[in-house]
Design a protein around this ligand. Structure first.
Ligand code: FEO
Length: 403
């Protein structure tokens, strides 16, 4: 049964959410599903913007059919050719034989790589800043390469100042009834997930995100329609998300705070982490996060490593090298462009090993990483006589936290 939502006159939401999905891109855990957004204009010409993942094909096609109410489909704009948004292009072409596919050269290259060459006669090729009139409304295409893939483009609808932003401003999390951010519990349910989504999926491409946002300067934006998560029409939320994207894409610190990331097989490394966290909290550090790398998926940890100013690694030697989950975490963090942060080390090695040099070698690939204080080594467990050394590390971290 169809379940579309009218957003404005002759403008509809025809996407849906998948609450059964366990991992986005078969990698990032989803506790609360994800939405695949698609939009439909009924103007003199009818125009669909993107399709959806094949997990929700049935409801999607019902929505499109219901909103069209017997009309044909003139255009399908393809802002992003990743299968979570383009899995139904083929089906749309079959169902609507007159539809033109609107995309750029790379869009169609990827379409043919993933799917088929049989719809070449439907291609409506656009260049950056080309426009397309639907009647009362006019679309303008703004290329946004590497936000998240090379073919990505934004579409701007001039009369309503609506930006279709592809993956940008997207968020994990299914939509629960409402689709506008001001109609749902945005701060509690979606803002953290928008950060986790951006940092882990698009984060590495910050420079390209900045380049694309330069193209948007001076553009009035009254609504942002991303391909995942809530739609933004509330000025406060639009300004907030634009500001967050400025911070995230330039790898700036969002807030002062200390993220402890540790590995602990028998609780002894965790014990040192707890001592240091207690010392910092006593000094007045409010934003403290603590993650056991064996318990928490890297995507949550990395989002907070980007969010806060300091990370303390609780390193563990395993088979004389670095505990595998920790090695994976640090490599993944560097892969997301982790940079410009302050780090400290707690190192547990019962009889030696290379945990610290391996961690440092990986982090050497990240830009502007500053080490705060001296690494504190423990042999198996923390001893009373090491507390002054730990206090000195706490002093060093706190002093830099205040700057
Ligand atoms: Fe939601 Fe880059 O696809």
């Amino acid at each position: 049964m169809h379940n579309s939502i009218q957003l404005e006159e002759d403008f509809y939401y025809v996407g849906a959410s998948d609450s059964r999905i366990q991992r986005f891109e078969n990698m990032f855990p989803l506790d609360n599903g994800v939405a695949y957004n698609s939009y439909l204009y009924l103007d003199e010409k009818t125009c669909l913007l993107d399709t959806v993942d094949n997990a929700i094909t049935d409801i999607y096609l019902e929505n499109v059919k219901h909103v069209l109410n017997g009309r044909g489909l003139d255009y399908l704009v393809i802002n992003h050719m990743e299968p979570d948004h383009c899995a139904n292009i083929d089906t749309i072409c079959q169902l609507y034989p007159t539809v033109k596919l609107v995309g750029n050269k790379k869009t169609f290259e990827l379409f043919e790589q993933f799917y088929t060459t049989e719809f070449r006669d439907r291609y409506h090729l656009v260049n950056n800043e080309d426009t397309l009139s639907l009647g009362k409304r006019e679309l303008k295409f703004i290329f946004a390469p590497m936000v998240h893939w090379p073919e990505v483009m934004f579409t701007y609808e001039k009369t309503s100042a609506t930006l279709f932003s592809a993956d940008a401003f997207g968020s994990f999390g299914k939509l629960m009834g409402a689709v506008f951010s001001d109609e749902l519990n945005f701060d509690e349910l979606y803002l953290q997930e928008a950060r986790r989504y951006y940092i882990n999926i698009v984060g590495k491409h910050g420079r390209q995100v900045q380049n694309t946002f330069k193209k948007l300067e001076g553009l009035e934006i009254k609504m942002i329609c991303a391909l995942h998560g809530p739609i933004y029409r509330n000025k406060q939320h639009i300004d907030l998300m634009l500001s967050k994207y400025q911070t995230w894409s330039s790898f700036q610190v969002e807030e002062a705070g200390v993220v402890f990331v540790y590995a602990s097989m028998y609780g002894n490394t965790e014990n040192v982490v707890n001592h240091l966290a207690t010392m910092l909290a006593a000094k007045g550090v409010k934003n403290i996060r603590m993650y056991d790398v064996s318990d928490t998926d890297t995507s949550f940890i990395i989002a907070d490593m980007h969010r806060f100013s300091h990370t303390v690694f609780g390193l563990l030697t395993y088979n004389t090298e670095l505990y595998h989950n920790m090695q994976n975490l640090i490599e993944c963090a560097v892969g997301t462009g982790f940079s410009g942060r302050k780090v400290s080390y707690l190192v547990n090695q019962s009889w030696g090993g290379k945990a610290l040099p391996i961690a440092q070698e990986i982090l050497a690939k990240a830009k502007d990483i500053e080490t705060i204080g001296e690494p504190l080594y423990i042999k198996s467990s923390l001893k009373e006589e090491q507390l002054p050394e730990l206090a000195a590390l706490a002093d060093a971290i706190y002093s830099s936290y205040q700057q």
